[in-house]
Each structure stands twice: as C-alpha cells, then as structure tokens.
Design a protein around this ligand. Structure first.
Ligand code: SF4
Length: 85
C-alpha cells in the first residue's frame, strides 16, 4: 500500500473547515481559527506541517486539498515525490 505526504501551510489557513468536513481523522479547526493536521510534525525549514498518510486516507485528504479555499494543502507520493495535488 502506497504512502503519501500531506503538507499544510498554517499561515494561509482561514479556518473554513473544508478539510475537517472531509476528514475528521486528520483535520480539526482549533480555537485559534486555524486547522490542525492531527499527528503532523512541523518542518521548520519548509515552514509547513507534514504528515504521512496511508493510501486509504488519500481520497479524503485529496478532497480536503481540492476543497481548501486557501490552497494551503499539498499532497505528494512519498516514494516518487510526485505531486498529487
Ligand atoms: S480547508 Fe484550508 S483554509 Fe479551511 S480550515 Fe482547512 S486548511 Fe484551513
């Protein structure tokens, strides 16, 4: 089963909650009005939150990324580096 990397740039998040609507497992809008990528780690060099997900969680996260009005969610294939969204 393939692995994917979700990257999330908190700075541009406007708290619209689309991500949470598609995947409550991976996303939650916090009290500060910014989404939290559950279980994510902050990559200080890139300035983004990063989380590895399984292929089964790809569809929901892809919908989150596509639906995010601020376009602050990116998804990459972990093995090939290919940008999925
Ligand atoms: S959908 Fe995008 S803008 Fe909305 S809460 Fe999630 S990350 Fe933030």
């Amino acid at each position: 089963m393939g692995k994917y990397i979700v990257e999330y740039s908190e700075k541009g998040c406007i708290g619209a909650g689309v991500c949470e609507a598609f995947s409550e497992k991976d996303w939650k809008v916090g009290p500060n009005g910014k989404a939290v990528l559950n279980g994510g780690k902050f990559d200080a060099a890139k300035g983004v939150w990063v989380k590895e997900i399984d292929e089964k969680d790809l569809p929901a996260n892809r919908q989150a990324a596509e639906g995010c009005p601020s376009s602050v969610i990116r998804i990459f294939n972990k093995d090939t580096g290919e940008k999925i969204f």
